[in-house]
Write a protein that binds this ligand. Structure first.
Ligand code: MG
Length: 161
């Protein structure tokens, strides 16, 4: 664990259901449905946290925040991401840069990207210029394309402090 750089990848998907708030990248996005999950179900932030933990060869976020532990019901996923960042620091790394792809058929994500970057930069303790964040659709294909789920991929580069 003393290489100058470490790379990590994370992926997450959550089902879209009625009666939940939609939170992505730590930002509440007005929409008639939200994501199902034990936490706030922010799949973008979960993918990012798992990318950091993966870069560190640590277990995934389910190890630190079990989805059967009432303590974490409804938890703000920025707390999960902050834990991953603190683990990186503990092991001597900071965030170099991250790149995220969010896959959602609806709602439109573009108007919220700037707010998400501001939120994530605060939690990651990086400048916003270290955060790539794109949204795409699945062109009507599969469950994501039918609006039944939202998914995210993330990669991260950690740099030795
Ligand atoms: Mg998740």
């Amino acid at each position: 664990m003393n290489t100058p750089m470490r790379i990590g990848h994370g992926y997450d998907i959550h089902q879209v259901i009625a009666g939940r708030k939609l939170v992505l990248g730590g930002v509440h996005i007005p929409y008639e449905r939200g994501l199902e999950g034990h936490s706030d179900a922010d799949c973008l932030t979960h993918a990012l946290a798992d990318a950091i933990l993966g870069a560190l060869a640590l277990p995934d976020i389910g190890h630190y925040f079990p989805n059967n532990d009432p303590q974490w019901r409804g938890v703000n996923s920025q707390i999960i991401l902050a834990k991953a960042v603190s683990e990186a620091k503990r092991l001597g790394y900071c965030i170099g840069n991250v790149d995220i792809s969010l896959i959602a058929e609806a709602p439109k994500i573009g108007p919220h990207v700037a707010a998400m970057k501001t939120m994530l930069a605060t939690t990651l303790e990086t400048p916003e210029s270290a955060i790539g964040l794109k949204a795409t659709t699945n062109e009507g294909q599969d469950a994501i394309g039918q609006g039944l789920a939202i998914a995210a991929h993330a990669v991260v580069l950690l740099i030795r402090i």
